[in-house]
Design a binder for this molecule. Structure first.
Ligand code: AGP
Length: 608
């Protein structure tokens, strides 16, 4: 996810752009840049690093005079964070400048087409393709060039565009990435999100998919994808500025819980092509995949929990032995590794010291390594032999949600790829799983609609002392994550237990009214789970059950049931975790805890 801004009006553009980017840094912060028309040409400045580097480079914008410009703060997807990959991007004659938020999915095909036409590229980004494509289509009418570009580009985009030959105009267009425009007292603005322009205006126009805006100093005109004029109504924003950075959500955590459908979609889409699993970045041939005899999945915290799920999925689907290890344990236990081992490290930040150390330990032993990472260009992403990015976008809340969900998706896809190559699943089974994966974003949306019901239930437990989560198989992995989400933000003691293990000691802690959350998504284990539920119920527990739609049998034992939509047995974690995330969030909210920045914790634990 990146942030774009644009301004055209009576004031100097650069300071307005920097101010807007400052409010969008939560959307991406590995590099930034601005471009301003100075009356003759489009001048630009861009730099790797936080926005303050760019601010210093441009002396607060003074070094770029002009009243029309665009700006960008980057969350790298294609091309590591660097000065050359920072936006804006230009055509060769620098008569067209572009800033972009989104992913151009067919950029390689378009890039090759343009190179054949003689175009030369200077960056590794997908965005640069747009600048050259506009150049290719520009014959004097910028609107026509924009329309023709839109008909060729696939993927998601919010674009700010300057044409040197049309200095009084700033173009903006979107598909699937957010974009707004607004009119201030001194001019007109575009932005990825409300916070960037709230200081200048509360009256904004939300650009809809495949709509184009043409901003002039004292007017904004809108067009559809065919270049035909359309009318739009302004909306008045009621938020205050701090709320706006959370797009109206009370906390980043809730915002990120609600971003999961899109994060899952963005992580899935580039890797399912014509019904087949394509993981170009894996860097392993089919023969190399066939040679793998053992997989280690090594991570910390929630990332580790995804590994516990992935063990069941990999072993069930690809019949490869998988060992899941806490990174802090792995590196000190002299693990048995050899050339037929693949080590997968999973990390949202890509900077977790324990996980990075485990990766280095494996590399020192010549073991092939793969990183599943959310932050492009992070240490783990750079040091792993290959990296499979999760496209969750920047995750601000300390308690991970959308990154966790995208890590699961990456692991499902890897297991499916390995199973496909090793022939341990049929094409029909792959087709069924691909279809189930495509359903997940919509099914997550459905579960998010139940937040009020979960909030009411959560409010009953803000004074709880102990809460237990139990499950068997993949449901045990889900219990681990449900327990961590609750305790790390509400400070209520919680434990996750393999349901069959509870009776070997810990059941002694169950008292009258103790809440036990039982996760039952594995049909072959329903009966066993229900008997474990009865065991704790007879000892006074209050039982919350999270189970598949239709498993009404559970109502004989449970006091409160949350049903999740049916999906493939390997993918249930992606759905069952949603009510558990909301439960943890609302308990913490009810207790008045600092949900986004819980005590004693950090977003990335860069110390051992
Ligand atoms: C999860 O909500 C916590 N923030 C924590 O357990 C986290 O998952 C762990 O520190 C690993 O972080 P990473 O994914 O950035 O490596």
């Amino acid at each position: 996810m990146c942030g774009i801004v644009g301004y055209i009006g009576k004031e100097q553009a650069a300071p307005v752009l920097l101010d807007g980017l400052d409010k969008l840094e939560y959307r991406g912060y590995d590099s930034a840049g601005i471009a301003v028309f100075d009356g003759e040409k489009i001048q630009s400045a861009k730099a790797r690093g936080r926005l303050k580097v760019l601010r210093e480079l441009t002396h607060g914008g003074e070094k770029l005079p002009g009243n029309c410009g665009i700006g960008h703060t980057r969350w790298a997807t294609h091309g590591i964070p660097s000065d050359k990959n920072a936006h804006p991007h230009f055509n060769e004659s620098e008569s067209i400048a572009v800033v972009h938020n989104g992913i151009i999915e067919n950029y390689l095909k378009l890039k090759n087409h343009l190179i054949e036409k003689g175009y030369k590229f200077t960056s590794d980004t997908d965005t640069e393709v747009v600048a050259h494509l506009l150049d290719y289509y520009y014959k004097g009418d910028p609107l026509e060039a924009v329309v023709r570009m839109m008909h060729r580009v696939e993927g998601s985009y919010a674009l700010g565009i300057l044409f040197r030959d049309h200095p009084g105009k700033l173009y903006a267009v979107r598909k699937d990435s957010p974009l707004i425009t607004g009119t201030s007292k001194t001019g007109n603005l575009i932005a990825s999100d409300v916070p960037a322009i709230l200081k200048y205006t509360r009256d904004v126009y939300f650009i809809q998919n495949e709509e184009i805006a043409c901003l002039e100093e004292d007017s904004i005109h809108f067009y559809n994808i065919d270049g035909e004029p359309i009318e739009k109504e302004a909306v008045t924003i009621q938020w205050d500025v701090s709320a706006a950075e959370k797009a109206g959500y009370e906390h980043f955590m809730l915002k990120e819980i609600y971003e999961q459908p899109k994060a899952v979609l963005d992580t899935l889409n580039p890797r399912i092509r014509d019904g087949k699993i394509e993981i170009d970045e894996l860097g392993m041939s089919d023969d190399e995949i066939k040679k793998i005899k053992k997989i280690y999945i090594v991570a910390c915290g929630s990332a580790y929990h995804t590994g516990v799920t992935a063990k069941y999925v990999f072993e069930g689907m690809a019949r490869i032995p998988v060992e899941v290890d806490l990174a802090s344990e792995f590196r000190y236990r002299d693990p048995i590794l050899d050339e037929d081992t693949l080590l997968i490290v999973v990390s949202q930040s890509g900077e977790t010291a324990d996980t990075l150390a485990a990766l280095r330990e494996a590399k020192a032993r010549n073991v092939r390594t793969l990183g599943i990472v959310n932050v492009v260009g992070s240490s783990i992403a750079r040091e792993a032999d290959n990296v499979m990015y999760t496209w969750a976008g920047p995750e601000i809340a300390v308690a991970t949600t959308k990154a966790y969900s995208t890590q699961l998706i990456a692991e499902y896809l890897l297991a499916m790829k390995f199973a496909q190559v090793r022939g341990t699943v049929t094409q029909q089974e792959i087709d069924e799983m691909v279809e189930a994966l495509k359903q997940l974003p919509g099914q997550i949306e459905l579960l998010l609609d139940h937040k009020e019901k979960i909030q009411r239930f959560a409010n009953r437990y803000i004074a709880a002392r102990d809460i237990f989560f139990i499950g068997r198989g993949i449901d045990y992995a889900i219990s681990l994550e449900g327990s961590l989400k609750l305790k790390e933000i509400s400070y209520i003691h919680s434990e996750a237990y393999a349901a069959g293990e509870l009776k070997h000691g810990t059941i002694s802690l169950i008292e009258e009214g103790t809440l036990v959350a039982a996760v039952l998504t594995q049909e072959d284990l329903y009966k066993k789970m229900i008997s474990n539920m009865v065991e704790v119920k007879t000892r006074g527990a209050f039982l919350l059950a999270v189970t598949n739609m239709g498993n009404t049998e559970v109502e004989k034992a449970a006091d409160y049931v949350i049903y999740i939509p049916k999906t493939h047995k390997y993918f249930t974690n992606s759905l069952a975790v949603i009510p558990l995330q909301l439960f943890g969030y609302y308990v913490a909210l009810g207790k008045g805890c600092d949900v986004d920045k819980p005590r004693n914790l950090a977003k990335s634990v860069t110390v051992e």
